[in-house]
Design a protein around this ligand. Sequence first.
Ligand SMILES: [Zn+2]
Length: 122
Amino acid sequence: MESTAIAAIELLSDQRICKQCGGSFIANRKHQRFCTPAHKEQYHLDKRHGLKPKSHTSIILVAVQCYPNHTAPELATIVGLTNVQVSRRVCELEKKDIVQRSDEKRWCVVSKQRCVTWREVE
Ligand SMILES: [Zn+2]
């Protein structure tokens, strides 16, 4: 939809388009721009780290925040990506100092091996 069309709809009603997911929602507050607080948080998080919204990297970062100290194969199972996809992205996030390896490896319930676990850099 064109942005002028979106603006017109917004004037006519409390119908809004979420800046994060692009879904429509009914605003309860005047300046509400996101359908849920979670989408607002996700949007600002992506922006802060310079990530493309809804990219694999952004999905994996949220998974690491929600499930700290999990291994890459476990995170892959949680978010529905492959182990290779997750391993590659956590290494990229590590280079940017966004996530870090936990001190000890532990037994991974998915790969059945001792694996590195990941958490967010504080
Ligand atoms: Zn949304």
